[in-house]
Design a protein around this ligand. Structure first.
Ligand code: ZN
Length: 315
């Protein structure tokens, strides 16, 4: 297994994604306000929890201590703004928010839409799987035949917690369909449940006004690419540059602060990414895990996933 830093061994961030309350339905890995407060209190007691502006300042001066921890929010999610921000206000602490300009502009990101669709338009994951398997069977005889290659005992054997249908779904999605066919099959399923993705856009993502409000309250807003590709490292130098440059130009046009910080979407980056960020004047970046890596520079600060803290604290 990959070696990990334990918390407090090096300066780190905590990476938050989904939150739930009465308006934002719970989904895999989401936490509520109460759990969020407990995490903050825990970090404050065990480590040195500091505001993002202080963390950034210390990082730029090379003065971070191993117990220094900050809070970070990826993906411009509205549930973070609605649920986490009031808690941050209450605790008088500011955080890093890594924003995708395409989402702030009002475009959709399909992965997030699919997550919402799966969670809210079905009676549980098994109901979703049965509709998905049927839609897949109906979509192409040729593709359906490829399912004979699926061996549930061998496929994703390293993930013992996956159910048979979890494996079957992932096999169809990743081994048979691939990204494009999977996306279009899911989009075809929307009509089966009268689901209109445009109708949930404002519920899922923050807009520019929210970003401005965060800035007004002292938060640090940073880059997370323009359109959130899942494999930045697989993009050409030019495409990587465009993803980060468009993101930076957009944020700096609409906000008063310079974009000095970033986090790597899906933890995907390579040497070109680091070079591009350096050239764009970005000062620090965050990974999406606590893995011990050889050359951890200023663009590779580790982060602990909130899901791991939830487990550790039995929340
Ligand atoms: Zn992301």
């Amino acid at each position: 297994m990959e070696e990990k830093y334990h918390l407090g061994e090096v300066p780190f961030g905590v990476m938050f994604h989904h939150f739930h309350n009465e308006d934002h339905p719970s989904s895999q890995g989401s936490i509520d306000e109460v759990a969020f407060k407990k995490i903050i209190q825990h970090l404050d007691e065990k480590f040195n929890l500091i505001s993002a502006d202080t963390w950034l300042d210390k990082a730029m001066k090379d003065e971070l201590k191993s117990e220094d921890v900050c809070l970070t929010f990826d993906d411009s999610l509205m549930c973070q703004y609605d649920i986490a921000k009031p808690v941050l206000d209450e605790f008088k602490i500011n955080a890093f928010w890594f924003l995708c300009s395409s989402l702030l502009e009002g475009n959709l990101e399909l992965l997030e839409v699919f997550r919402y669709f799966r969670t809210n338009c079905f009676d549980g994951v098994e109901d979703f799987y049965s509709v998905f398997f049927k839609a897949f069977e109906d979509s192409s005889e040729q593709d359906f035949k490829k399912l004979s290659g699926f061996d549930p005992d061998k496929y994703l054997a390293g993930f013992p917690f996956y159910t048979l249908n979890d494996r079957k779904f992932r096999y169809i999605r990743d081994k048979i369909l691939g990204v494009e066919k999977y996306n279009s099959l899911m989009c075809e399923m929307f009509s089966l449940r009268d689901f209109d993705p445009a109708s949930i856009k404002d519920k899922l993502w923050m807009g520019l006004d929210h970003a401005k409000e965060l800035e007004k309250d002292g938060h640090i807003l940073g880059l997370h690419t323009h359109s959130h590709p899942t494999m930045v490292a697989g993009l050409s130098y030019e495409n990587q540059l465009s993803e980060y440059e468009v993101n930076k130009v957009y944020l700096e046009k609409h906000l008063t602060q310079k974009s000095l910080t970033m986090s790597h979407p899906c933890n995907s980056y390579n040497k070109s990414t680091i070079e591009i960020l350096n050239n764009l004047g970005v000062k620090i970046g965050f990974r999406a895990n606590m893995a011990k890596i050889q050359s951890s520079g200023k663009f590779e600060f580790p982060r602990e996933d909130h899901a791991n803290l939830v487990k550790e604290l039995n929340l």
